[in-house]
Design a protein. Structure first.
Lengths: 317, 298
């Protein structure tokens, strides 16, 4: 198993390098000069070459990539063109906000997804199964940014129970786990939870349905085990896959939160990306995407490792 | 030659012709017996009709704005579904917008189907070093969450229809290529491919005659499952201001511009999103039905 884990980790390294290469290339596939938003319109040719040298754009591409990667490894993602602040610090603050939201969203999705999935798989082809299957199709089909808007319309604009946008009273971005702050998180987290809920419900239903047909379950039943006892065995066998799906979904939510964050003005990475795109702040865009993508790769690795530890059969296949 | 091969058999009455049903027609038959899939297919058909005939069906000009008719509620005389923030008839905009919205959602999947299937079949059939080189490159793109990659690419390339089609195509290519590679690798090991190779057929002929017919079906079904995702993503890009530009009617963009109206006309503001939802759920149900119709080996 150690050999398998080692191979899995080594295999991740070239992927991470590739991800870095894609992020690096973003600046160079962008139309126009990467300096276009810092250069004044009437900049002299002299100033242009000077700035080009300052940002390192005058060097050959492979050298630029090597330097950029080296600096990124040391936590230096360059300076934001719009604010001149270090990109790494901005991204770190935003990532924490997004992570909080995504973790809560995934947790809600996991709990309900497992619940629906188990009920559907256990009572196959009954009405709870059809209901749960319908909910999971709805979950994966709903445009989540629209669902967010609908929730705002219902709970903020009509019922006026919950705040519509922001991440804290008075627009503060100091987070605390109290009701004052949690009420801001409720709607976006609920919106986010819908996709993992649908996918986890689907996965768990298939897992449970397949497990119930297996001989060892029939054997357990034959020896007179109660429903609850059989249920325990099913949970144990379904858990590794369900947890793995949850881990991946957390990664997707982290990377895909931009739409939901835009709807709720949540001050996370999506908000940062939005600003970077519309101010053409390429270093900020590049840095945010690099951090999120690497996070996703590492999360994948972690999920695989945990799954192997929980279920050693994977390493042998 | 012919004389030798043609058996001079005595009068044998041929068995009554009973051709077995072809694979695809049996899939269609099973699909027709699935009420949910048929309902979804009907909705998709209706949307296609709207996309084609929209401009002739729409009761009013979708571009004509009027300052006096801004943000009217649903059911206003002359404005059955109300009006948007510029006083344009929402019903007409929703109908006419079907064409652009479907186009933005389906085109990337079609392009990615063509390119991704080609890449995957080449990788799967060639095997060895070529396979490794192609698939490891694909893995890098697969390592990005799809929403993030779409936004990274279209954010960098800039807003616009073509750029958002390009970014979504790039997002779906790795997913389709992976499926194509895995089914091609399976087919490649089959006896009939071996036999064709032994009888001297070239790689191109084998792929064309023996591989394509067996792999395109599964790849296509997978691609249909991406249409719903693509619809949501394409409208999402427009919702962010990265896709279609105003004043074109497109559901995502309409949803974005109507966001300001969620306090004054909440029902009207939610309508464009409902269209995206209906479209994506119909494609999802149709694709689910297609998959289970093809799965059934009986």
């Amino acid at each position: 198993m150690l050999a398998y884990l080692f191979r899995r980790i080594v295999y991740t390294l070239p992927i991470m390098l590739g991800v870095a290469l894609v992020c690096f290339s973003l600046v160079h596939i962008a139309p126009g000069d990467p300096l276009v938003s810092v250069l004044p319109a009437d900049a002299s040719a002299e100033l242009q070459t000077q700035l080009r040298a300052v940002y390192g754009f005058d060097r050959p591409l492979p050298e630029q990539f090597a330097r950029w990667t080296w600096r990124a490894l040391h936590g230096d993602l360059g300076l934001s063109i719009a604010t001149s602040r270090p990109v790494a610090a901005e991204v770190l603050r935003a990532v924490l906000n997004t992570l909080r939201l995504a973790v809560v969203g995934t947790a809600i999705g996991f709990v309900f997804g497992c619940l629906f999935g188990f009920v559907a798989g256990y009572f196959r082809n009954s009405w709870p199964d059809r209901l749960a299957s319908m909910l999971s199709v709805l979950g994966v089909s709903v445009p989540h940014y629209w669902l967010g808007m609908v929730l705002v319309i219902v709970f903020s604009s009509q019922l006026m129970w919950l705040p519509a946008t922001g991440a804290g009273p008075g627009g503060s971005d100091q987070w605390a786990w109290d009701w004052e702050h949690l009420q801001f998180m409720l709607l976006p987290a609920l919106t986010m939870s819908v996709i993992p809920m649908g996918i986890i419900a689907r996965t768990v239903r298939a897992l449970v349905a397949e497990l119930l047909d297996q001989e060892f379950i029939i054997g357990l039943r034959a020896k007179g085990l109660t429903h609850l006892g059989v249920f325990r065995h099913v949970v144990k066998n379904a858990a590794p896959t369900a947890l793995a799906v949850m881990g991946l979904q957390l990664g997707y939510l982290l990377g895909g939160s931009i739409l939901i964050e835009t709807v709720f003005s949540w001050p996370g990475t999506g908000f940062l990306l939005n600003a970077a795109i519309f101010q053409r702040d390429l270093p900020l865009l590049q840095g945010t995407i690099l951090v999120l993508a690497l996070f996703f790769v590492l999360l994948n690795l972690l999920v695989d490792v945990l799954q192997t530890l929980l279920d050693p059969r994977i390493a042998r296949s | 030659m012919a004389a030798i091969l043609t058996p001079t058999a005595p009068d044998v009455q041929p068995l009554p012709a009973q051709r077995s049903r072809g694979y695809w027609s049996s899939v269609l038959l099973r699909l027709r017996r699935d009420p949910v899939a048929m309902a979804a297919a009907a909705v998709v058909l209706l949307l296609v009709v709207l996309a084609i005939a929209g401009p002739w069906i729409a009761p009013a000009d979708p571009y004509a704005s009027s300052m006096f008719k801004r943000l009217k509620p649903i059911g206003t005389p002359g404005l059955p579904l109300g009006s948007d923030e510029l006083g344009r008839d929402l019903l007409s905009r929703l109908i006419v917008g079907t064409r652009l919205s479907l186009f933005m959602g389906i085109t990337p999947v079609l392009c990615a189907f063509a390119i991704g299937a080609a890449i995957g079949i080449v990788a799967g059939y060639a095997g060895g070093l070529v396979n490794t080189a192609i698939m490891r490159t694909i893995d890098v793109f697969y390592a990005f969450p799809s929403v993030l990659l779409a936004i990274a690419l279209s954010g960098t390339l800039g807003a616009g229809v073509v750029n958002s089609l390009i970014s979504l195509t790039i997002v779906f290519i790795p997913q389709i290529a992976r499926v194509a590679e895995s089914v091609t690798t399976q087919v490649r090991g089959r006896d009939y491919v071996e036999a064709a190779r032994a009888s001297g057929a070239g790689a191109f002929t084998i792929v064309r005659v023996h591989v394509l017919g067996n792999v395109l079906g599964p790849i296509f079904v997978y691609a249909t499952s991406l249409v719903a995702v693509s619809m949501i993503l394409a409208s999402g890009l427009s919702f962010l201001g990265l896709g279609v530009k105003p004043p074109e009617p497109e559901w995502g963009l309409m949803l974005n511009t109507l966001r300001t109206a969620i306090y004054t006309q909440p029902l009207v503001a939610a309508l464009p999103g409902l269209m995206i939802f209906i479209t994506s759920i119909s494609f999802n149900l149709l694709s689910d039905g297609l998959r289970s119709a093809m799965d059934n080996k009986s």
